[in-house]
Ligand binder design. Structure first.
Ligand code: ADP
Length: 617
């Protein structure tokens, strides 16, 4: 646990302020209470009171007389009186005559007593409570979160992250690149003595949720060094100069704790390219300049390594990427089938799962999912198991949680009318039938007409038999046919069309357009590139780079592909209308059909057809 120097300095200041405040409070209270308790009188009044027999006791010190009146309800409201001692030879006689009790008190002892009761005791009590309060504050500040700079930005600091490379699954290449950094942090002397320049920083690039933060923590965990983490956006504030001072602070603290890892998440928030920004952003530029200056300035042989993460590497300023700064780039991409399976394995470690759980099939059904999605799925499955009163997670829990993460929860309270249900069933079976009857398609895994919260009234799930890295033109065409199969079935059987195909239309158009603009799959444009992908690690938006005239032709070509595929899907459905009706009826009855049930119906139907043909012959 760290205690920042800054806080220690502040603490000293707080103690001074607090003590001053305590003294002032005690002074005011003393003044006030002595005014309430004592009253000054003239010596002549004192003599008068003796003569009038109004006094019961007098304490005589070197220069004061403290007088206790007999009757508490006198004009002095029961207060104790005092007056200065004057040179009165007859005082003792007067007291004796009036039968007043008197005693002498030493000046020192009365001073000591009042010092103790009026000052030392109350101040000690106040300081005691103050120290308890301070201790609490201290604990809070030392628990890993520190105030950073003169502002509210938070840097998270951990002495031991407790994360190892074994906790990060499916990112073998990334781990390999980072092992070197671990070794360097472990044995920096080995590198220094041979004269090697040590790496200052590495940039982790990849889509959100693929484990970049986790990897950075694992590097710190493996090297057993402290881990500082701050988000790039925390540097940028409204006030110019604030971000730069934070950068300075960060590097100062990191060097004090060396060897250590400093992790800057979302570095694109400060590291955006400086040129071409018309409006200009002084604060961001200053912060970036400071970061560059600090990276150049610090001595890497001390063992400070800066890791930064981004999912938009293309917007980063080139200056950040040159040697001596973030000169290493580690790609942390979406995991493949094997990667997904091992991530699932890592996350099921702490969860009780049944022995017959098949993580491979779950990995197969989650193409495109990142580590964070998979971790979420395992958790959803565990929650479902508890909800259903089970003590361990079974395959069904996992399969359901995949669907929850991908399509949302089942919406049982959404009641479809019979006509709507029929339309949805025919639509979904349309997709499934085209998928089953075309050659270059993935097998159907499940068809369902149970509505889900993410908008789908039903869906057909296809699962690839193996992970594919290349997609052929035939496969793309067949994929579009499957997407358009839903609407085709509505047309053929119901003679009416509905809004249910909007998502299919969007996806089919996107696929057809990419065939024209990016994959060179039309004769018209041959191998000309007309679009490129922006923000590859985020949503992967295509950006057109062609003239408006060409764009119009692209639209024509796209339309041609779609029309062709629609026609193909429609004719398949027409030819197999009986089968469509049979499967749809079964789906309306059961609401969900698994891949095998679906294939069994097709097989049974084909066998029967064959039989009748044989008997006719
Ligand atoms: P990023 O920084 O890339 O956005 P994180 O590192 O924050 O992603 O990942 C979020 C969570 O997802 C992690 O805490 C972890 O539980 C899980 N996760 C992501 N990738 C992996 C992986 N490769 N192996 C194991 N868990 C992972």
């Amino acid at each position: 646990m760290f205690n920042s120097k800054k806080f220690k300095g502040n603490k000293f200041k707080y103690v001074i302020y607090y003590s001053l405040l305590a003294v002032i409070i005690v002074f005011i209270v003393n003044e006030y209470s002595s005014q309430l308790k004592y009253e000054h009188i003239k010596y002549s009044d004192f003599i008068n009171y003796i003569n009038q027999n109004k006094i019961s006791n007098v304490q005589i010190s070197k220069d004061r007389l403290i007088i206790t009146p007999k009757d508490k309800d006198t004009a002095h409201k029961g207060k104790i009186l005092y007056t200065e001692r004057v040179d009165d030879q007859n005082l003792i006689k007067k007291l004796n005559d009036a039968k007043v009790q008197y005693e002498g008190v030493s000046q020192e002892s009365s001073l000591m007593r009042s010092l103790f009761t009026n000052w030392i005791l109350p101040l000690s009590i106040i300081m005691f409570f103050g120290s308890i309060l301070m201790g609490r504050l201290d604990k809070k500040m030392g628990s890993g979160v520190m105030s950073f700079g003169k502002n509210t930005a938070k840097i998270y600091a951990e002495n031991e992250t407790g994360v190892n490379f074994s906790d990060v699954a499916g990112q073998e290449e990334a781990k390999e690149s980072l092992i070197e950094i671990v070794d360097f942090l472990h044995n920096s002397q080995k590198y220094v003595s041979i004269g090697a320049k040590l790496p200052k920083g590495a940039l982790l690039v990849g889509p959100p949720g693929t484990g970049k933060t986790l990897l950075a923590k694992a590097v710190a965990g493996e090297a057993k060094v402290p881990f500082f983490s701050i988000s790039g956006s925390a540097f940028v504030e409204m006030f110019v100069g604030m971000g730069a001072s934070r950068v300075r602070d960060l590097f100062k603290q990191a060097q004090e704790k060396a060897p250590c890892i400093v992790f800057i998440d979302e570095i694109d928030a400060i590291g955006k390219s400086r040129g071409g920004n018309v409006s200009g952003n002084d604060e961001r530029e200053q912060t970036l300049n400071q970061l560059l200056a600090e990276m150049d300035g610090f001595d890497s042989s001390k063992g400070v390594v800066i890791l930064a993460a981004t999912n938009r590497p293309e917007v980063l300023d080139k200056a950040l990427l040159r040697p001596g700064r973030f000169d290493r780039r580690v790609i942390v991409d979406r995991p493949d089938l094997k990667g997904r399976e091992s991530i699932l394995k890592v996350h099921t470690k702490g969860v009780k799962v049944s022995e017959d759980v098949d993580l491979n099939s779950i990995a197969k059904s989650t193409p495109g999912a990142v580590g964070a999605d998979l971790a979420n799925m395992i958790n959803e499955a565990a929650l479902r198991a508890v909800k259903n009163g089970r003590e361990e997670v079974i395959q069904e829990d996992l399969e359901e949680s995949v669907e929850v993460v991908m399509a949302g929860k089942e919406k049982k309270d959404r009641i479809l009318s019979d006509a709507e249900k029929r339309a949805v069933a025919f639509h979904e079976v349309g997709h499934a039938l085209v998928a089953a009857l075309l050659k270059h398609t993935d097998p159907v895994h499940k068809i369902t007409i149970v509505p889900r919260t993410m908008g789908a009234l039903g869906y057909t799930m296809q699962l690839p038999t193996e992970e594919k890295y290349l997609v052929s033109k035939e496969e793309m065409i067949d994929k579009i046919c499957v997407m358009l199969g839903g609407r085709s079935a509505e047309e053929v059987e119901l003679n009416s069309i509905s809004t249910g195909a909007s998502n299919d239309i969007e996806r089919a158009t996107e696929t057809a357009r990419s065939m024209v603009t990016m994959y060179g799959m039309t004769d018209r444009f041959d191998m000309m590139g007309l679009e490129s992908i922006k923000d590859r690690y985020l949503d992967g938006r295509p950006v057109q780079n062609c003239s408006a005239e060409t764009a119009a032709i692209i639209d024509d070509e796209t339309l041609n592909i779609i029309k062709e595929c629609h026609e193909k899907a429609r004719s398949i459905i027409k030819e197999n209308k009986d089968l469509l009706i049979k499967i749809s009826e079964s789906l309306i009855e059961k609401e969900t059909l698994m891949g095998e049930e679906f294939m069994d119906i097709i097989k049974e139907y084909n066998d029967k057809k064959q039989e009748t043909q044989d008997t006719k012959l």
